[in-house]
Design a protein around this ligand. Structure first.
Ligand code: G6P
Length: 364
C-alpha cells in the first residue's frame, strides 16, 4: 500500500495533486465550450421528462457538493434542494414522479444515501446516481448514473472526489435547466464551460503558490477555526470546516456568512481565526460580516482572487485565479484542502485514516 503513494507522504496529498487530471477527466467528451454545449453519453435525457423539481440526497462531503449544485439549479429557475440523506424521511416533504432525486455518493455505498434513494424511488421519483465507483450499489439501483471519473480515492478525507462531484453536478444542473419548462441554462454558460476547461491549469497554479503550507505553520495554537461564505461559497465554507476537523481534530465550524451575527459571533475571540470566502456572489456583504469578527480580535484569512472584496481588510490572504465565479469556489476549496492537510501534518495526525472515521459508512 505504501508504494501507491509515490513521492507523497500521504494519499491525501497525492489525491489533492491529482486534481488537474481528475478534473480534466470529469469534463472530457462532455463539454464543448465554443458551442456552449454539454453532452452526457451515458445519460438518457428521457428520465427528465416528468421532472419539475430536483432533490439531492447525500452525506458528508457529498452533501456539500449537492449544496453547490442545488444553488446553481435554483439560479437557473429549477426548484431544488439538497437534503442530508439521514434526514430524508423527515424533511423531503411530498415526493412524486416530478421530483428528480439525485443521490450524490462517491462510494455509491453509503447506507443513509441508499436508503433515501430507495425511498424516493418507492414514491415514483425518477433517480440518478452521481458516483465515482462503477457498478456500485447506487449505480446499479438508480434509473440513470453519471460517473465523476475521479479515479480511486484512498484517503478517508474526500478531496478530488469533491471537486469532481461539483464539476459533474454543475454540468448536470445546466442540462436539467435546459430540459425543464420555465427554466433555462445560465446566460454565461459558454464562459462557464471555458472556465471549466481551464480549471486543471488553475488548480495547478493554486498548488504552486505554497500559501496554505506557510499559513499552516502559524495557525497551530488557536482554539477554534471558523469558515464563512455566502451562496455558492457557503458550501465551500462548510466543506472547508469539515475537512479541517476531520483530519486536524481541532474544533472547526462552517457558517453562512450572514448567520455569524445570529449566534456564532458569541464564540469569536482573538483565539478563533475566520477563513472568509470571497468567491462567487455578494462578497461585499461578507466583508461586513468578517469585520464584525475582526472587531472582536479574530484574524481574518481571506480566500479569493487577488483583488476580491476582502483583500483590503484581511490579515492573511489565500489567493485563487480570477476566473468564472462558479470555478473560483472550487479553487478556494483546493486552498482549504491544503490548509487542512498541512495543519494536520504539523500536528502529526493520522491523515489518511483519521480516528473514528470510515471512508464509506454502510450503517444508518
Ligand atoms: C463518510 C466519509 C466522508 C464522505 C461520506 C459520504 O462519512 O468519511 O468523507 O463524504 O461518508 O460518502 P459517499 O461515499 O456517500 O460520498
Amino acid at each position: 500500500e505504501e508504494a501507491g503513494k509515490g513521492a507523497y507522504d500521504h494519499y491525501m496529498l497525492k489525491e489533492i495533486h491529482e486534481q488537474p487530471t481528475s478534473l480534466a477527466n470529469a469534463i472530457r467528451g462532455r463539454v464543448d465550450a465554443r458551442d456552449g454545449a454539454i453532452t452526457f453519453e451515458e445519460f438518457d435525457l428521457d428520465v427528465l421528462d416528468p421532472v419539475t423539481q430536483v432533490h439531492f440526497v447525500a452525506c458528508g462531503t457529498s452533501y456539500h457538493a449537492a449544496l453547490y449544485a442545488s444553488r446553481l439549479l435554483n439560479e437557473a429557475g429549477v426548484p431544488s434542494r439538497a437534503i442530508r440523506a439521514s434526514e430524508y424521511v423527515e424533511s423531503a416533504g411530498p415526493i412524486a414522479g416530478g421530483t428528480l432525486t439525485v443521490a450524490v455518493t462517491q462510494s455509491g455505498e453509503t447506507a443513509d444515501t441508499l436508503s433515501a434513494l430507495r425511498e424516493a424511488s418507492a414514491h415514483g421519483a425518477p433517480t440518478v446516481a452521481v458516483t465515482n465507483v462503477v457498478g456500485s450499489t447506487a449505480a446499479r439501483e438508480a434509473d440513470e448514473t453519471l460517473y465523476i471519473r475521479a479515479g480511486p480515492e484512498i484517503g478517508v478525507a474526500a478531496t478530488k472526489t469533491f471537486t469532481s462531484q461539483a464539476v459533474t453536478l454543475t454540468l448536470l444542473s445546466q442540462v436539467v435547466a435546459g430540459e425543464i419548462d420555465g427554466a433555462s441554462p445560465r446566460e454565461d454558460l459558454a464562459d462557464l464551460l471555458a472556465a471549466l476547461e481551464r480549471l486543471p491549469e488553475d488548480v495547478e497554479q493554486v498548488m504552486d503558490l505554497d500559501q496554505a503550507e506557510r499559513l499552516a505553520d502559524r495557525i497551530l495554537d488557536y482554539e477554534s477555526y471558523f469558515f464563512i461564505g455566502r451562496g455558492l461559497a457557503r458550501s465551500v465554507a462548510l466543506e472547508g470546516a469539515l475537512k479541517f476537523k476531520e483530519i486536524t481534530y481541532e474544533h472547526a465550524e462552517g457558517f453562512a456568512s450572514g448567520q455569524l451575527k445570529h449566534g456564532p459571533l458569541a464564540l469569536v475571540t482573538p483565539e478563533t481565526p475566520i477563513f472568509a470566502l470571497f468567491t462567487g456572489e455578494e462578497t461585499e456583504k461578507t466583508v461586513t460580516n468578517a469585520q464584525e469578527a475582526q472587531t472582536r480580535g479574530a484574524e481574518i484569512i481571506a480566500v479569493g482572487p487577488p483583488d476580491c472584496a476582502g483583500a483590503q481588510i484581511s490579515d492573511a490572504h489565500l489567493t485563487v485565479p480570477d476566473t468564472h465565479p462558479v470555478c473560483q469556489g472550487l479553487l478556494a476549496n483546493v486552498q482549504l484542502q491544503l490548509v487542512a492537510y498541512h495543519t494536520a501534518d504539523r500536528f502529526g495526525r493520522s491523515i489518511d485514516k483519521p480516528r473514528n472515521l470510515a471512508k464509506s459508512v454502510t450503517v444508518e
